[in-house]
Design a protein around this ligand. Structure first.
Ligand code: COS
Length: 385
């Protein structure tokens, strides 16, 4: 399909694809096996200026938007979503500063993130606050010109590896979600440490770790926006980031489809390549159709978001929900096309199927996405009455 990309957009695709094929594919199985953080690959992405895609030129970026970011993420996801998630999570960590930060905060942090010199991470989730993001308990107590943070964030992507953390904490416990505020915390700050590194089913190249705040004192200049805006900041940046998970999903599905088609052409049974059998062809046809439908949805939503519409929650949830369900189905079917070989670690589809599961869980489970879409429909139809 031709999505009528501009020359600059084609360049992003080619660049990300080259790095994915030359730097990621050869090491992805080893990174997965050793649960190793892809530091060298992040440096390569930094040198290629890919971390700056969505950051305005005045802060050292390329000045692109959600669509350009999705194009890069898709190509990385095609090779390994552990690597692609590491890249994308730095964007998620940067978004609160980019969209809600002061000029001073943008000037201080965005050039470092755009160059890839520093990775960012976003800290919202806690042990008791996953889907119920408003249930966080980490506090930020005002003390003179400072805030003092206490609490533990859980399952934070890029935890321990990132240098810049955007954290949602309660400045007014009595107000629940409306008492939440967003802050910037830097690695190495006194009272800020990292807990256990999680051992995961998939996405094993990506670091997932606890962030522990114990009387962590930060200056008040690190508050993003105003006190009480934290929950809205979190919801809005998740709206902006969810199509990126859709793009990761499309990339993964495409990677699994590519592997399955290639294998089906080579594998001979009953005297013929298995791609000549209708049962296999129909599976591949469904995989290809679903993947293309996911891509078309992600591209359309990302382009729509870049037109700065007022409310993107519903379409953003759709752009995460549909492609991630597709990625789970397509990777599962890819293993089926490979048969017994697909279940072995010798072929990439085994890892792809393990990796796919997280796409239906992180950045809001697919049940939460359906709730967001359902609630938006309810509102729209109330308005229409
Ligand atoms: N954009 C702007 N404002 C939003 C919003 C959005 N996308 N979603 C909610 N809000 C606002 C609401 O309008 C409401 O404002 P008021 O208090 O002024 O009325 C406020 O936020 C609370 O909204 P709501 O009552 O809908 O919040 P809930 O606690 O019911 O939670 C969900 C809403 C479930 C959508 C939210 O908790 C969520 O997204 N959970 C998943 C979290 C997640 O994705 N975690 C992944 C880890 S982070 S990588």
């Amino acid at each position: 399909m031709d999505y009528f990309l501009t020359d600059e957009q084609k360049m992003i695709v080619d660049l990300a694809r080259k790095i994915a094929e030359e730097k990621v594919v050869p090491v992805r199985a080893e990174l997965d096996e050793k649960e190793e953080f892809p530091r060298k690959i992040m440096e390569d992405l930094g040198k290629a200026d890919l971390f700056g895609i969505y950051i305005p030129e005045k802060y050292g970026g390329f000045g692109g938007g959600c669509f350009e970011n999705c194009l890069a993420v898709e190509q990385l996801g095609r090779a390994c979503i552990g690597v692609a998630t590491t890249f994308a999570a730095s964007g998620l960590g940067a978004f609160p500063i980019l969209f809600f930060g002061s000029e001073e905060q943008k000037q201080k942090y965005l050039p470092e993130i755009a160059s890839g010199r520093k990775l960012a991470a976003f800290g919202l989730t806690e042990a008791g606050a996953g889907s119920d993001a408003g249930g966080i308990r980490t506090t930020a107590t005002k003390d003179g010109d400072d805030y003092i943070l206490n609490g533990t964030k859980q399952w934070i992507t890029n935890g321990g590896e990132a240098d810049i953390y955007t954290i949602i904490a309660l400045t007014d416990r009595g107000k629940g979600a409306r008492g939440a505020s967003a802050f910037i915390v830097e690695k190495g700050e006194t009272g800020f440490s990292f807990g256990k590194k999680e051992k995961k089913m998939g996405l094993r190249a990506s670091s997932t770790r606890e962030l522990i705040f114990h009387h962590c004192r930060i200056p008040k200049s690190r508050l993003i926006g105003r006190e009480g805006m934290g929950f809205i900041v979190a919801m809005k940046i998740l709206d902006l980031a969810r199509p990126g998970i859709g793009a990761l999903s499309v990339g993964l599905a495409q990677g699994a489809l590519d592997a399955a088609v290639q294998y089906a052409k080579e594998r001979v049974q009953f005297g013929h390549p298995i791609i000549s059998f209708q049962a296999v062809q129909h599976m591949l046809a469904d995989m290809a159709t679903q993947t293309e439908a996911g891509r078309a949805l992600v591209y359309a939503v990302a382009r729509y978001i870049d037109s700065n519409p007022k409310d993107i929650s519903k379409v953003s949830a759709m752009a995460k929900l549909f492609p991630s369900d597709v990625a789970m189905q397509v990777t599962t079917d890819a293993v089926q096309v490979f048969g017994g070989y697909g279940y072995m670690k010798d072929y990439p589809v085994e890892k792809m199927m393990r990796d796919a599961k997280i796409l239906q869980i992180y950045e809001g489970t697919n049940q939460i996405q359906r709730s967001v879409i359902g609630q938006a429909l309810n509102k729209e139809y109330n308005r229409a009455k």
